[in-house]
Design a protein around this ligand. Structure first.
Ligand SMILES: Nc1nc2c([nH]c(=O)n2[C@H]2C[C@H](O)[C@@H](COP(=O)(O)OP(=O)(O)OP(=O)(O)O)O2)c(=O)[nH]1
Length: 136
């Protein structure tokens, strides 16, 4: 089972969404930036590393954004996603994996087309809202 780690980065009450460049099947769809956890790396550290690599964005990683049941989000039978709330004071600067970024208020999250596995996450955030401070 491979693990992906990503961050729901919050700034000024908005969440960072990033549009994927590829592969073709998912190009143009939006996601929480992140990527695969490397051997020996924690998911939390992977989320922080991927944000730096993909968006040159320094983030503070906070509480895990878990489903109502369980710890991770099952993307497909061989892949699970660990998602963390994060905060930043920086500006994203996409390095090649994404061609557009947006800061979306909770009531704007539905305005972009998310990766299929993320729909359930978006619905949960719409129900629960953003964390009080982004901190755990
Ligand atoms: N980062 C991220 N990936 C997601 C989300 N939702 C979702 O289904 N995925 C899937 C898409 C991909 O199959 C996988 C992430 O893999 P990736 O290809 O971005 O990983 P990576 O940057 O490490 O790239 P690589 O090692 O495969 O080259 O997780 C999400 O919100 N964020």
């Amino acid at each position: 089972m491979r693990q992906v780690a990503a961050a729901a980065v919050v700034r000024d009450g908005r969440v960072l969404a990033a549009r994927r460049v590829g592969p073709p099947a998912v190009a143009g769809l939006w996601e929480f930036p992140g990527g695969k956890v490397e051997l020996g790396e924690t998911a939390r550290a992977a989320a922080q590393r991927e944000l730096q690599e993909e968006l040159r964005l320094q983030v503070e990683v906070h509480a895990e954004l878990r489903p109502e049941v369980g710890t991770w989000w099952q993307i497909n039978p061989g892949l699970r996603l660990r998602l963390y709330w994060a905060t930043t004071s920086g500006e994203p600067d996409p390095t090649g994996s994404h061609d557009e970024i947006r800061w979306l208020a909770v009531d704007e999250l539905h305005e972009v087309e998310w990766l299929p596995a993320d729909h359930v996450i978006i619905e949960q955030i719409q129900r629960t809202g953003l964390p009080e401070s982004g901190r755990d």
